[in-house]
Design a protein around this ligand. Sequence first.
Ligand SMILES: [Ca+2]
Ligand SMILES: [Ca+2]
Ligand SMILES: [Ca+2]
Length: 373
Amino acid sequence: MQLKRSYVFFVVATATTLLFSCSKTDLVETPTMSFSMKEKKITTQINEPISISTQIVTGTAIFEEWYIGKELVHQGSNFKYSFTSAGNYQINYIAKNKYGIYKDSFLVQVDAPIRPGGESEYVTTLFAFVPAPGQFINKAPGNLISAQGLLGKKGMVSLGAWGGYVVYGFDHSVPNKDGNDIEVMGNALPEWSEPGIIYVMPDDNGNGKPDDTWYELAGSEFGKTDGTYVRDYEVTYFRPEAANKDVPWEDNKGNSGVVKKNSFHTQAYYPEWIVENKYTLKGSWLKTKIDPSRPTYIVSLPYDWGYSDNKTEASGGGKVDISNAVDASGNKVELKAIDFIKIQTGVFGDGGWLGESSTEVAGVKDLHFSTNQ
Ligand SMILES: [Ca+2]
Ligand SMILES: [Ca+2]
Ligand SMILES: [Ca+2]
């Protein structure tokens, strides 16, 4: 009996001593840090360095690491870093020694550089013209000269069948103000629309080139799962054996077909300046609204809003709002301004004797231009 009581006392006493000595050591030796930067949310521009230094509150022999996301970018107390591309980042900080670890983080919003002013309300630079095959391709309005014809003014360029696109730049950043910001003009008639999907891009790395991230501007059909709208669609077009033949295609859903030749347009439909014998176009797809039930009067009715060459200009077609931008996952993004625009034929329609549906672009302008000056 006596022996047992001593043993219990010994165990309790030892545990208490251990517990006490542990917490005492922790308080003194575990790292605790303070930062020169008090804000946990930082807003900056590209190439504008941010500096954060640390001071030890408790602990010795501390080893410090700084991460952008999961990538180790600095070791030590004085962190200095410039972001080269706009976006949202997280700086993760770790201080550790043999007694423990201290963690903290900062959120950084890096804004794309904004170019104010400008000389033209219209786009001024052509970066790419990659039409799909079509009845107007390789001649006006479906050649390179047609695409260049929209620089600084109105013009007319045809983008061919589904996926054909053109990329332009403005000589200034187009701001995202209240309501619509950009007008993409087309040649739609009240009963003949050929909707194109519009994408925008801020110059995140400030190099003047559209090598950043495209954001689709969601239109009225965006996100519908009833078969009117499909994301991540791809079509490969194949150069036909002879220039006067239909152009074969295959999509990434197991379908195939041809862009049909018609008797009104006898030239080659596969873009002659594309040297490869096949090429693949990628983007979002809209169901065609061509109604071929009356061959003498085929109609292609418009979608509600948010597309080019869809409804007439008089009815407000082609005016779009940068606030409708969505990222590759379909999530809404907030853009303050954009520098580049891409217009892509969204429908894969066969209008019978009228030929394939192809989005036409007749002008691309900044709706805020006069008020920006
Ligand atoms: Ca807007
Ligand atoms: Ca760029
Ligand atoms: Ca058209």
